[in-house]
Design a protein around this ligand. Structure first.
Ligand code: G3P
Ligand code: MG
Length: 370
């Protein structure tokens, strides 16, 4: 499809515009670049308009994710230009909220590497518990090679030590095991593996034995299959249903958990801080600098330099609702989850409009500010 030509406009580069891009269904489908994604980002770079990627994806280090995206899009993106679903959890490590955590999801043990880099000192993953005692998950899918490559030695897992919190970094790979291990801990005695609390004398059965933090609530997402796929939100529904049954909760009761990620304010506030930090580096031609001011969780940016921030997404529930609820302008693209026939029933309507792809949305927005 012929790209609409957009000539450089010096007025734009002095603008207080900024963009946040969703990844899956906007820039990438699975591991493939979406057509016209590169020229859309190049247009912003050409005008020195700051942008970041705001994704409910994750499970790997930010540096590794942007390295992959930069190679697929053939366009350099800094590790400071991405907020993944779990990126705000850095603040939990730095606030020493938790030290010994169970981290769930993502490929191999990449999420462990990421959590350790965030500053958590004692990171256990479900595969560690299976290696130490395979009967914990009767139908687990791990091979001896997986244990060698990704799991701690049983003695290193310190299974007698209580686990303080469960952090779900990304979609489970061996969901059977993750459901079992997470459910065990939610119903354990104070986070000790292999124990089970008595529910008879429990006052608040909705409170799990240890807290669980999900990093996004995506029931569906768009990869390169022709239909949307279950995301971490589907995993949460299963965990909640089993918790409800195990604890004999009433119909009106449910597992109390924390959910980060789009569309929630905590995520958009965090991303807004990251965007301000990135703009400062862009204006100072200091984009090779990878030192970032770590935002505090739950802190809304004050005196933002931006007149308008545009959120471009494919999922009305996470991208459009989240953008609209948090003061951003929003554009919805047809290259991911959203289908035109659903327009009248989507949970939130884009303030700018619906576009065939990300390039169409960016040029239409820049036209408005010429
Ligand atoms: O796990 C990825 C999925 O939840 C959605 O990612 O980039 O569309 O927010 P994204
Ligand atoms: Mg998406």
């Amino acid at each position: 499809k012929q790209l609409r030509q957009f000539s450089y406009n010096p007025k734009l580069s002095s603008s207080n515009l900024a963009f946040m891009f969703d990844i899956d269904g906007v820039l990438l489908r699975g591991e493939q670049a979406i057509a016209n994604a590169k020229p859309a980002l190049e247009l912003l770079n050409h005008h020195k308009i700051p942008f970041i990627l705001l994704t409910n994806g994750g499970g790997v280090r930010e540096a590794d994710r942007v390295e992959f995206i930069s190679s697929v899009l053939d366009l350099q993106i800094s590790p400071l230009q991405i907020v993944q679903s779990h990126t705000p959890m850095k603040a939990l490590a730095h606030k020493h909220a938790y030290d010994r955590v169970l981290v769930v999801g993502g490929p191999g043990d990449s999420a462990r590497t990421c959590a350790l880099e965030y500053g958590f000192h004692d990171v256990v993953m479900p595969i560690d518990l299976v290696r130490a005692n395979p009967s914990i998950s009767p139908h687990h899918r791990y091979t001896e090679e997986d244990f060698q490559k990704f799991a701690l030695e049983p003695v290193e897992s310190h299974l007698d030590k209580p686990i303080e919190a469960i952090l779900v970094f990304n979609d489970p790979r061996d969901m059977t095991t993750d459901i079992q291990v997470v459910s065990d801990l939610l119903n354990s005695n104070h986070g000790i593996v292999g124990t089970k609390r008595k529910i008879e004398n429990l006052k608040h059965r909705e409170e799990p034995s240890i807290p669980i933090i999900f990093s996004n609530n995506d029931y569906l997402w768009a990869n390169d299959y022709n239909l949307p796929r279950f995301g971490q939100g589907a995993f949460r529904i299963i965990v909640e249903a089993l918790y409800k049954h195990t604890n004999q909760l009433k119909a009106s009761e449910h597992l109390h958990s924390i959910v980060m990620g789009k569309p929630f304010k905590i995520q958009y506030d965090y991303a807004h801080h990251v965007l301000i930090d990135w703009r400062t580096k862009l204006v100072a031609d200091d984009t090779a600098n990878t030192e970032q001011i770590l935002p505090n969780l739950g802190e809304t940016p004050t005196n933002s330099p931006f007149e308008k921030i545009y959120m471009i997404g494919d999922n009305p529930e996470s991208d459009i609702k989240g953008g609209n609820d948090n003061g951003l302008e929003t554009a919805l693209v047809r290259t991911g989850v959203f289908r035109d026939e659903d327009f009248n029933s989507i949970v939130a309507k884009p303030t700018v409009g619906v576009f065939d792809d990300v390039y169409e949305s960016v040029t239409a927005i820049l036209e408005k500010h010429k």
